[in-house]
Design a binder for this molecule. Structure first.
Ligand code: FAD
Ligand code: UDP
Length: 386
């Protein structure tokens, strides 16, 4: 006798859990959420490591949004700790202010400058490309070849295993360029971390959703024959759902390497970090050129955790393959064309909804994923009423 649920939801990340919470609490639906990992939260999962430091296991997750609907919804499950995320770039043996701003230019010319002088430099350096077609052109059109080579070319090659010109403009366009001294990494109006972490936020969602059952360490493919459900919500890789029938979609993966330090070791880093108890001078340092990793993140800068230890995490980009999770869909013309074939097949599946970063093969931030899940919920509700 198979188990029976109104909804079977594959994936316990933001997409899956927002839909489970809405469907159960607003519509009284029963939901089974399955995830092959041993924890809820998907890639946003955070935890205290063996040194007592709160870390993001799958890379740094900086919450930011311009959407009051998303903020209002999530604020039902968490308080917030306001953070301005600060990032530096490290190349040629020194730290650079980043994203590119007037302070970066002052470092470049070795003296105090003005926004007018920087704007003149940019006007002379920029290439005239009215409609950039790729990530190389988008940066060349903003800042020209010198800054492109110093801060973008190497990082992008490492991160994606592709030339910047092979990637959509939207990839490098994520990084702002400013002619004033504002060095905030992000531009959204609201920037904050869940005050007690992401995992706690997800736990609260579930504790208020009694009609949601979660099954961890369970792959949907092993379970599907045993479950009877009215509708399936799939947040895993869409090509995997269709057994890669048109070929595998490309994804980029990462390897995370953590290193922890105690107070004695950190004492000798104060000259570099500028702050007792920290290893590096900012939350995130990008390494565009000289290292195999792309960035080092020291989350304690953002969480404000009081802890004598600290943990840094180095990120090494890797190809996706057996044992390597698919972290990033690759925004390029060829992958978009392949995804379009899967999307057409997905549209024909009346009893299945595909959502999320992997389910819709889009480079989405957390707030965009939550917004999309809330829209999807309204669609399912309307369909039920019809
Ligand atoms: P996921 O979180 O990937 O959840 C999908 C879940 O489905 C996974 O837990 C997976 O195990 C499960 N699953 C898949 N297939 C199956 C199956 N067959 N059976 C069972 N379970 C399955 N966003 C921001 O806003 N700010 C940031 O700073 C930021 N930084 C990021 C850094 C990195 C390194 C990465 C990779 C992403 C970052 N993001 C960031 C994006 C953010 O992680 C995503 O927007 C969000 O996690 C997507 O949620 P999701 O539920 O769609 O997918
Ligand atoms: N990027 C770069 N140099 C940097 C930071 C970013 O070239 O120092 C490019 C790179 O291609 C990267 C993209 O900009 O993939 C987006 O960067 P972001 O920091 O938003 O990436 P994410 O946090 O999503 O990995």
């Amino acid at each position: 006798m198979p188990w029976s649920f109104d909804y079977l939801i594959v994936g316990a990340g933001f997409s899956g859990l927002v839909l489970a919470e809405r469907l159960s609490n607003e519509l009284g639906a029963s939901c089974l959420v399955v995830d092959r990992r041993a924890h809820i939260g998907g890639n946003c999962y955070d935890e205290h490591d063996d040194h007592g430091v709160l870390v993001h296991r799958y890379g740094p997750h900086y919450f930011r949004t311009n959407s009051s609907a998303v903020l209002d919804y999530l604020s039902g499950f968490t308080d917030w700790r306001k953070v301005t995320y600060r990032v530096l770039s490290h190349t040629e043996g020194r730290y650079w202010s980043f994203p590119i701003n007037l302070k970066t230019f002052e470092q470049l010319v070795g003296r105090v400058s003005t926004d007018e002088e920087f704007e003149t430099y940019l006007a002379q350096s920029r290439l005239r490309i009215p409609e950039p077609r790729n990530s190389e052109e988008v940066v060349l059109a903003q800042v020209g070849p010198e800054l492109f080579q110093r801060f973008f070319a190497g990082y992008t090659r490492k991160q994606w295993g592709l030339e910047p010109r092979q990637l959509d403009p939207s990839v490098c366009a994520r990084i702002p360029v400013r002619t004033n001294r504002d060095d905030a990494y992000l531009t959204e109006r609201f920037q904050a971390l869940p005050a007690q972490g992401y995992t706690r936020l997800f736990e609260r969602m579930l504790s208020r959703s009694p009609r949601v059952k979660v099954l961890l360490k369970t792959d949907y493919r092993e379970l599907r024959s045993q479950i009877q459900c009215g509708h399936l919500i799939f947040t895993g890789p869409i090509d995997e759902y269709f057994d890669h029938c048109y070929g595998a979609l490309p994804y980029r993966s990462l390897r995370f390497e953590a290193e922890s330090f105690g107070p004695a070791e950190l004492e000798s880093r104060v000259a570099i970090s500028g702050k007792r108890g920290f290893w590096q001078p900012a939350l995130q340092v990008n390494y565009p050129n000289d290292e195999a990793f792309t960035r080092i993140v020291e989350l304690k800068h953002a969480t404000g955790q009081i802890c004598e230890n600290t943990t840094i995490i180095r990120e090494y980009p890797e190809p996706h393959g057996p044992g390597n999770d698919p972290y990033y869909p690759v925004p390029s013309a060829s992958s978009r064309a392949l995804y379009a074939r899967y999307e057409a097949r997905a549209r024909a599946e009346r009893a299945v909804t595909f959502v999320g970063r992997l389910g819709t093969y889009r480079y989405l931030n957390m707030d965009q994923v939550v917004a999309a899940a809330l829209v999807e919920f309204e669609r399912l509700k309307t369909r039920l009423a019809a």
